[in-house]
Design a protein around this ligand. Sequence first.
Ligand code: URA
Length: 239
Amino acid sequence: MNVETPVVEPALALDTPAETESPSVTPTDNMAFKKGIVVGADEADLIPGAIAKLRSLDEVAEMVKGCKRCPLYKTAKNPVPGEGDPHAQLVCVGEAPGAKEDETGRPFIGQAGQLLTKILAAVDLAREQVFIVNVLKHRPPSNRNPLPDEVEACSPYLIRQLELIKPKVIVAFGTFAAQTLLNTKTPLGQLRGLVHRYHGIPLIVTYHPAALLRNPAWKRPTWEDVKLARRILDSAPRS
Ligand code: URA
């Protein structure tokens, strides 16, 4: 796929009803989407008291600023809590801040971030219309993979952000975000094309923009994935 000049839309093979039941009936349950993994309850889950009580995304960002729940704050230059429309209908979730993000405190602003902006534009979404966030809010040293303890410590922020934003759909970019959010080791290829649920919110999985920079052949499947997210948005009731 070339995200700048999208080619003719391929058919999406999404007409088979799922065998897995989701815990409650929502608009997407009645649609022809293949259902995937369900993580967390639809209502607020057990997240640590102080984080659960945060009333706005600004309050979450403020708490992330002073966060010492894992050691990453010691090596990072800046926290990267996330940014975008607080009422976004779509939330993009990446892995963790890289060097540029660490310098600036803003998510996805490097080369991968520029590609992310183009991917969103391919489905008529401006970067400012969505909310962009990472699983980890501080950069792991030398961009190493996040550790399980870091993910566990940081996840309540993401859960609270999603509770506050209440998006209609989440897109997990890359294997790490997808496997972490869905609590699975299933390869990304098998998680694509399904509508999973993360704390009640439909979740779509696709390639990480950084992977697309190395593997342009994955741009077309990525476009198919974001179109699936777009279809979910378009079919969600207006709120
Ligand atoms: N990669 C990510 O997963 N997140 C960023 O913010 C930047 C690069």
